[in-house]
Ligand binder design. Structure first.
Ligand SMILES: C[C@H]1O[C@H](OP(=O)(O)OP(=O)(O)OC[C@H]2O[C@@H](n3cnc4c(=O)[nH]c(N)nc43)[C@H](O)[C@@H]2O)[C@@H](O)[C@@H](O)C1=O
Length: 322
């Protein structure tokens, strides 16, 4: 039985990945900074909390990382931990850099120190590209990070690439574009919109305040993005891959689609609020997942419209208490 360690198991991707690996027959151990304080709601939502071994681990603390790796001795590690909000990174730049860049470095150092044949997946981010314009970014597109989060993710990406080259570690980065699901917290714009639209459809009189709705993103479906993470570690050689749908839509289109699916006209309910604009933002995010298709056999089945429908359906089901 293969053993997987998921760092940051309490988040959206950690929960879906745990579900996938369990279905593949893995023994799954997941970490969170303080496992005794976390309710692991996403694991509960998916009905898998009892099948996962949970440990406390602080990625920024080398001793803690070394202790857990020595104890679990996993075949595969998935690093999904660290501060994941671009917006919050402008308020907490140091915490973002430490949790993402130092955290990844500690994992790489611990694997190197132990000398075990552990494979590492690292959660990279399309934010590293900066503005892609209308041309989908590939693995060779240069990074031009435009947020503290993107700077941290770019550092972590190069740490992984360097340890692969310098010490021969089996380490990969998935450069994932935005991927959403019912497990997304409302801090991210898709769930913020879906939650408000559903409340309005149920009769609340609130307004939905949003920042820049002209931005475009390549939005995909998180449960299928975790399949790409798994596939990267099953290849003969470690490598980095862009994971995206290949199509981008504006935030205005996302909003219109969410409200229309509830028979509402978004223009009656949405207010653009300048105070929610970011100091720097990406006008367009678009990926080209051709390499993932060719080498991993992975392609996104769901596009933005499908994501909206599935998120709205899940929200309504939750409200009705099913
Ligand atoms: C690939 C990347 O994907 C995600 O990062 P993100 O793209 O920043 O995600 P988001 O949902 O916070 O923002 C999307 C866009 O929507 C704009 N926007 C307008 N109005 C609001 C608003 O009211 N709230 C938010 N959150 N955004 C808003 C906002 O300015 C931005 O342009 C993370 O998974 C990250 O971990 C990651 O790696």
């Amino acid at each position: 039985m293969k053993k997987a360690l998921i760092c940051g198991i309490s988040g959206q991707d950690g929960a879906y990945l745990a579900q996938l690996l369990l279905s593949q027959g893995y023994s799954v151990c997941g970490t969170s900074r303080d496992a005794q304080m976390s309710a692991f709601r996403n694991l509960v939502y998916l009905g898998i909390k009892d099948q996962v071994k949970l440990e406390s681990m602080a990625l920024t603390d080398f001793r803690s990382v070394l202790q857990i790796l020595t104890k679990i001795q996993p075949d595969e590690i998935y690093n999904l931990a660290g501060q994941s909000s671009v917006g919050l990174s402008f308020e907490q730049p140091v915490e973002t850099l430490e949790s993402v860049a130092t955290g990844t470095l500690n994992l790489l150092e611990a694997i190197r120190f132990l000398g075990l044949p552990i494979k590492l997946y690292n959660a990279g981010s399309s934010e590293c590209f900066g503005d892609t314009g209308g041309i989908g970014a590939t693995e060779t597109t240069p990074f031009r990070p435009r947020s503290p989060y993107a700077v941290a993710k770019a550092a972590a990406f190069w740490e992984v690439a360097n340890y692969r080259e310098a010490y021969g570690l089996f380490a990969c980065s998935g450069i994932l574009f935005n991927h959403e699901s019912p497990l997304r917290p409302e801090r991210f714009v898709t769930q913020k919109i879906v939650a408000a639209a559903c409340r309005i459809a149920q009769g609340t009189k609130e307004k939905l305040y949003l920042g820049n709705i002209q931005i475009q993103r390549d939005w995909g479906w998180a449960p299928e993005y975790v399949e790409a993470m798994y596939l990267m570690l099953q290849q003969k050689q470690p490598d980095d891959y862009v994971i995206a749908t290949g199509t981008s839509s504006s935030l205005e289109e996302f909003v219109a689609s969410a409200f229309a699916s509830l028979n509402l006209d978004w223009q009656n309910h949405v207010v653009v609020d300048q105070s929610l604009f970011r100091p720097t933002d990406l006008a367009v995010g678009k990926g080209n997942p051709a390499k993932a298709k060719q080498q991993l056999g992975w392609a996104a089945k769901y596009k933005m419209q499908d994501v909206v429908k599935m998120m709205v359906a899940a929200r309504l089901e939750n409200i009705s208490g099913k």
